[in-house]
Design a protein around this ligand. Structure first.
Ligand code: HPA
Length: 246
């Protein structure tokens, strides 16, 4: 059975130990190499494929990820639904480290990343609709599963996609807040738009790794991010085990 569900793992989730692996597949695409081999397996009675966004050894920074190759490869093997797991900084006060959040909107501040499949050899200029950047139905499934597990996930929020790889200044976070953003990450775009271009149903499960810059005194450290993600990713694994059979 070809996989219909893909999980893209981000920082803190470079491998999915709950997946019963059947095989690994190395694909090349017209856009180059995906970040990692596709890891095929079974989870919750479904055929699932896992892709590690930053590479199997977490070596690709957000602006160097080949988002087009990643989405193309998943589409190529028959995927229809993508659950994108992503570490974020929490801007809103209730976005505490370890909390899960399912964004329903995004604002894109990234630049210089190949961001469309519709640019070469076109018979027609193509503008996809992106009013609702995430699949409403898949989001509802994630929300239902999180409620059933009492995970206390935040069900509506706006994701700011920043360029990185550095973290933000305190003033940038204040600006994002004025723009209506609640969480901030570096990989949500162009991933979500490319998924839409391919007709994939895509939703993000964000894991708050830290308070965004300037929200609490002091510096943000990688050690703190990694520590908080351990707790958050345990919740993600519980959520995936519940949502995938749905
Ligand atoms: N900013 C941007 N991306 C992030 C952060 C952050 O504070 N934490 C984890 N990913």
């Amino acid at each position: 059975m070809p996989p219909t569900i893909a999980i893209i793992g981000g920082t803190g989730l470079t491998a999915l130990d709950t997946l019963k692996i059947t095989h690994r597949e190395t694909l090349s695409t017209p856009y180059g190499e995906p970040s990692s081999p596709l890891v095929h397996g079974e989870l919750g009675g479904q055929t699932v494929v896992f892709l590690s966004r930053h590479g199997p050894h977490h070596t690709l920074p957000p602006h160097r990820i080949n988002y087009r190759a990643n989405l193309w490869a998943l589409h190529r093997v028959g995927v229809q639904h993508v659950i994108a797991v992503a570490a974020v900084g929490g801007i809103r006060d209730d976005m505490e480290p370890g909390v899960l959040a399912f964004p329903d909107q995004l604002v894109d501040y990234t630049w210089g990343r190949p961001c469309t499949f519709f640019e070469d050899n076109l018979s027609q200029v193509t503008h996809i609709d992106f009013t609702e950047p995430y699949c409403g139905e898949l989001r509802q499934r994630l929300i239902q599963a999180a409620r059933a597990l009492n995970l206390g996930a935040l069900e509506s929020c706006t994701y700011a996609a920043m360029q990185g790889p550095r973290l933000e200044t305190a003033a940038e976070i204040r600006k994002l807040e004025r723009d209506g953003c609640d969480i901030v990450g570096m990989t949500g775009m162009p991933e979500a738009a490319l998924a839409r271009e391919l007709g994939l149903r895509y939703a993000t499960c964000a894991v708050v790794a830290n308070r965004a810059a300037g929200k609490i005194p002091g510096e943000i450290t990688m050690a703190e991010i990694e520590r908080n993600l351990v707790e958050g990713m345990d919740k993600v694994k519980m959520l995936l085990a519940r949502v995938i059979p749905m």
